[in-house]
Design a protein around this ligand. Sequence first.
Ligand SMILES: NC(=O)c1ccc[n+]([C@@H]2O[C@H](COP(=O)([O-])OP(=O)(O)OC[C@H]3O[C@@H](n4cnc5c(N)ncnc54)[C@H](OP(=O)(O)O)[C@@H]3O)[C@@H](O)[C@H]2O)c1
Length: 320
Amino acid sequence: MTAGYTVGRDEEKITMKAIVVTDQAAGMAGMKLADRPQPQAAINDVVVQIHASGFVPTELTWPSTWTDRLDRDRTPSIPGHELAGVVTALGYGTTGLSVGQRVFGLADWYRDGTLAEYVAMEARNLAPLPGDVDFTVGASLPISGLTVWQALFQHGRLQAGQSVLVHGAAGAVGSMATQLAREFGAHVIGSGRAADRKTVLDFGANEFVDLGSDALKDVGKVDLVLDGIGGEIGKRSAGLVRAGGTLVSIVGPVEARPEGGLAVDFVVESDRAQLNEIVQRVRDGRLRTNIGTVSTLDDAVAAFNPTERRSGKTIIRVRP
Ligand SMILES: NC(=O)c1ccc[n+]([C@@H]2O[C@H](COP(=O)([O-])OP(=O)(O)OC[C@H]3O[C@@H](n4cnc5c(N)ncnc54)[C@H](OP(=O)(O)O)[C@@H]3O)[C@@H](O)[C@H]2O)c1
């Protein structure tokens, strides 16, 4: 996978391979492999040669994938916003990282993303990736890890001894939430499909709720709900939050608020200190990531459009 040269009328552009989207209505099926100009580092940016990249499918429904901050069309845009790779260039004024350094992190939603050979992004959105953590693992951490950290500890103010209901606990976010909440001394009830019972308990949940057959109200009162599913399940969960507790949604604004409790919805933000906390836990074995499929950039479109149910996160290994 080497970068090619495209000679334009007035300029020579170095190109790279990337997945692009141009048609919002087409959803995941509209992803295409294409040649795009290699990005340049702006002020405080780095350019990262991407070794592995992650992607959250709902990105394709977010305005930031399609328009810039002034609401102007920015297609063709490159989706994928988490990555692990190596810094290849520094922008004007960039400090804190150096060329050749292994890094991982979360790229800006409004800029071209990480399903590509290179990305330009602000250095502050990256953290060093220790040499003993594989790029594939590194790319699986930023979105799920930061989302969980922020949901549990910033927005949910989780304390040791409290109870937390994690919806979608077999998923990328849910499996990390289960492990981190247990590590911090919480009682974890994980929910999901019947087939996910073993996975959820293996990630450390104290109890499992089968959303297909168990009555959610039988869970009783909890201090925190982390909702990664939404809809009816989110609505019914509001009634489970005890007074003073919190319903944290990562799937958009809550439709029902807990009585006597708080409701928060948020979008994950990058945070270098939190990335360091997360990767340290992966190194010492306290945290396992939930990678299901590893594919190449050439096969990424097929990997993101599977014909059968796949569990775990799909990671694109951009460089072998
Ligand atoms: N706000 C933010 O900043 C933020 C950050 C990260 C993720 N998110 C969002 O959070 C959600 C979860 O993300 P993720 O990466 O963890 O996704 P994921 O890996 O697909 O996990 C979701 C889990 O929930 C299960 N699930 C979904 N609907 C269900 C239902 N009706 N009944 C039972 N189980 C159900 C899924 O099972 P199946 O695979 O069988 O459907 C899967 O195990 C996504 O919507 C994502 O876009 C938001």
